[in-house]
Design a protein. Structure first.
Lengths: 419, 419
C-alpha cells in the first residue's frame, strides 16, 4: 500500500453496572485485587452506556485518547496496564475490503487513537470508570482480534478499574476475588443473563450534592488502612452474603434480594463511616429515600423495592415489577417534586414511557399527586424541590456489543481524529 | 404528732454526661446490662443539670411524680425497679428540728412525691434520662439515708436508664459492664475527677432536626438483633479502646483522647447504619461539623478538638484548652451563623463569657468574622443559617450534690405538691 495511511477502526458499546454486594477494599493496589467477592446488576445500555471507537493506523505517531470530546493523558498506570495486556494478546487481523492486514507481531509498534463517550454526565456519579474501561478493553479486543472469552478480558479491564470487570457481561455478574497473587483468577463471571429476571425495573434518583466526594480509590484505601470493621466484613460477612445472593438471583427471590442488597449497601456505608477520617457518601436526601422505601416495604408485608447506593448520594432503586415501579415513581415524585417549569421529560429520563403509565405526563400532574397512603408523614413534607436533580428509569441490560454502523463511530474514518 | 402531716424532703442536683466510648447494645434488657464497657465525661451542672426534689409524708396517698411541671406515670418497670431497689435499702432517718422520725421498716409503707426539672429542653436531645434517673436515685438515697457508696447507687440508677449510672460521679467515669447475671457488678466507677483535666472546654452544637429520632432503647435493641458488625465491635474493638482511653485520660494525652473519641463515635454510628432498618442519627449538618473539625485537626498537625455524637444530630466538641475553644467557636459561628436579629446571648448559652473572648459580643460581630485560614472551602458557604439552633459552652463538671437551700426545692414544704 502506498504511504500507509489506512485507518482501521471498531466501535463498541458497553453498559455500566451497580453492585448489590459491594466491592470496597483492595488486597493489592497495583493489580486491583479485592478483599472480597462482589455481585452486580448490569444496567441497560440503551439508557446508560459508554461508546468507544478504537482506531489503528501506521499514520498515528503516538497513542492518544479523547474522553467526552476532551483529550486526556494515557500515561497513568491503569491505562498503560490495559493497553499492554491487550497488546500482549493481539492476533492477526485482516480486513479484505479495506485491504488492511496486520500481523500479530506488528501491534506492538502500531499506535492507537481512542475516543470514548458516556451518554450520562460524569458529575452524576454513575460509575463512568466501570463502563469506560470495560469498553476500552472490549473494543480493543475486537480491534486486535484477541482470542479470549469475556471472563479473561474482565481480568484486563479489572486492572483499569476494579468494577469495570463486571461490565463485560449483561444481567447478573459476580467478580470473584480470586486467590492467586498474579490476579489471573480474579475475574467476572455471569450468574444469569438480562432476560432471566426481566420484570425488574430500576429507577435511579440522581441526588444533588454540594460536596466534592472522596474518590473510590482513595476512600477504599483509607478504609482498608483505618477501619477496624472492614476485615470482619470481608472475611465473615460477605462470603455468606455472596452465596445467599447467588441463590436469590437464581430463584428470582425478591425478598431475599432486597434484604441482602439493602443490608450490604448500608454496611458498605457503615465501613466508610468507620474510616478515619470518616467518609460520608449518603446525605439527608439519600436517607429520606431509604426511609421511604423501608416504610413502604414494611407496610406491604413483603419487600417491593430494593435500594443500593454507591460512593455517592444517588439512589438505585430496584422494583419488583412495572406496576410497583409506577407506584414507586409516584411516591418519589410526591416527595421530590421538580422545580417549577421543569419539563417532566427531562426530570424522568431513560425509559420515560413510565411517565404516562404513572399519569405524570400532563401539565400540573405532579401537583395532583396524592401522598402514598402507606407512608406516615415522617418523611417530611412535599417542599424539597431540587433535592433530586432528575430520575433515570431503566432495567437490567445486556453486555458489550460491537456497533457496526459507521455513523456511530466517534473518530473520522479517514483521519482517525474525533469527528 | 397529731394527724401525721409532716413533709420531709431533700433536693439534689445531678449532671448529665456524654460517652466518649459508647454504650450501644444490651445483653440483658430487664436489668439493663450492656454488651461492652463505656467511658464518659460528666458535664458541668451549672450549665446542664437535673434538679429533683423528693419528699415523703404519711399524708401522701400514692407515689406521684412531676417532670418539668407535668405529672407522669411511675408505673413503668424502670421507675418501679428504681423505687423498689432504693426503698429496700432505706435506713433510719431522724430530723430533730422538724420532729420527724422514720424507721427503716416504715419506708415500704410511705408514699413519695417527686418533682424533677431539667434546665435544658428535652427536645435538644441532650440525654435527659441519664441526669434524670441519676438524680432520682441520688436524692432518694439521701432522703432515705441509704448507706451505699456512689458505685452501688449507680447499679440502681442503671436500671432506670443505662447511662444514668455514669452521672453518679463527676469528671471521667467508666461503666464497667460486669459479668454477673444479677448485674451487681455492672457499676460506674470514677476514673478521674472534674479538676483533673480542667483545661478542656466543651462546646455543644444543638443541631436543628426535622426528623423524629429512633429512641435509644429500641434502636440499640434493633442493632443487637440485626447488625452483623456489633458483636465484633463489642468483643474485639471496645475492650482495647477502653484500656487506651483510660491511659489517655490518666496521661491527659489529648491526641489519643481525640483519636479514640472520634473513631468510637463514628463506629457507633456505623453500627446504627448497619442495623435493619438502618438508623441515621447524624445529618448533613453533623457531617459538616465533623469535616470542619477533621480538617482543622489535620492542618494543625496535632489534634485540637475531639468530637462525639450521641443518638441524635448534636455535636459535642471537646477543645484542648480555652484558646482553642475560642478559635473553634469563631469557626463554628462563621459556618453556622445565627438567623438575623438573634441575640448572641441566646445563641451561645452556658458559659457565654466566651463570647467576649471571641470578640463576638458586639453587634454585627458575626458578619465580620473571617473564614478560618486553615480550612479550604470544602465545607460549604456561610449561608446555612438555622442549621444550628444554638450552642452551649461548658466543661467537665462535678457529680451529684444536695441543694440545702429551701428556695431551690421544687415541691412546697407544706403540701408536698409542685410549687
Amino acid at each position: 500500500m502506498a504511504a500507509d495511511k489506512w485507518v482501521y477502526m471498531v466501535t463498541a458499546q458497553t453498559p455500566t453496572n451497580i453492585a448489590v454486594i459491594k466491592y470496597w477494599g483492595k488486597r493489592d493496589e497495583v493489580r486491583i485485587l479485592p478483599v472480597n467477592d462482589s455481585i452486580s446488576v448490569t444496567l441497560d445500555p440503551d439508557h446508560l452506556c459508554t461508546v468507544t471507537t478504537v482506531a489503528v493506523s501506521p499514520a498515528f505517531d503516538r497513542d492518544r485518547m479523547w474522553l467526552n470530546g476532551k483529550e486526556i493523558s494515557l500515561s497513568g498506570s491503569r491505562y498503560q496496564n490495559c493497553l499492554r495486556e491487550i497488546r500482549g494478546r493481539a492476533g492477526d487481523v485482516e480486513d479484505k475490503e479495506k485491504g488492511v492486514k496486520i500481523e500479530k507481531k506488528e501491534w506492538e509498534k502500531l499506535h492507537l487513537h481512542i475516543a470514548s463517550h458516556n451518554n450520562f454526565p460524569t458529575a452524576a456519579g454513575l460509575a463512568s470508570s466501570a463502563a469506560g474501561f470495560a469498553c476500552l478493553v472490549f473494543s480493543l479486543a475486537k480491534l486486535m482480534n484477541v482470542n479470549e472469552d469475556p471472563s479473561r478480558l474482565s481480568a484486563i479491564a479489572r486492572q483499569g478499574s476494579g468494577s469495570a470487570c463486571r461490565s463485560l457481561f449483561g444481567g447478573f455478574v459476580k467478580w470473584e476475588m480470586g486467590s492467586k497473587e498474579d490476579g489471573s483468577d480474579s475475574v467476572a463471571v455471569q450468574l444469569a443473563d438480562e432476560k432471566h429476571w426481566n420484570e425488574l425495573v430500576i429507577i435511579i434518583a440522581v441526588v444533588s450534592s454540594r460536596q466534592k466526594e472522596t474518590s473510590s480509590t482513595s476512600g477504599m484505601r483509607e478504609s482498608v488502612e483505618t477501619s477496624l470493621l472492614l476485615q470482619h466484613r470481608a472475611k465473615e460477612v460477605v462470603p455468606k452474603r455472596i452465596l445467599q445472593m447467588e441463590e436469590a438471583i437464581k430463584n428470582r427471590d425478591l425478598a431475599s434480594f432486597t434484604q441482602l442488597s439493602c443490608a450490604d449497601s448500608n454496611q458498605f456505608h457503615a465501613v466508610c463511616l468507620d474510616t478515619s477520617p470518616p467518609i460520608f457518601y449518603m446525605n439527608d436526601t439519600s436517607h429520606r429515600i431509604i426511609s421511604l422505601v423501608e416504610k413502604w416495604n414494611r407496610s406491604e408485608g413483603t419487600p417491593q423495592v430494593a435500594y443500593t447506593f454507591d460512593a455517592g448520594p444517588n439512589a438505585v432503586l430496584i422494583a419488583r415489577n412495572r406496576k410497583v415501579a409506577v407506584q414507586l415513581l409516584q411516591g418519589l415524585l410526591y416527595y421530590f417534586p421538580p422545580k417549577s417549569d421543569t419539563d417532566m421529560k427531562s426530570y424522568v429520563v431513560g425509559d420515560n414511557s413510565i411517565l404516562k403509565e404513572a399519569g405524570l405526563d400532563g401539565a400540573n400532574s405532579v401537583e395532583n399527586l396524592q401522598p402514598p397512603p402507606e407512608i406516615k408523614d415522617n418523611i417530611g413534607s412535599q417542599d424539597q424541590k431540587g433535592e433530586v436533580s432528575y430520575f433515570i428509569c431503566t432495567k437490567p441490560g445486556r453486555g458489550p456489543i460491537v456497533l457496526p454502523d459507521q455513523t456511530q463511530a466517534l473518530l473520522d474514518p479517514e483521519t482517525g481524529l474525533p469527528k
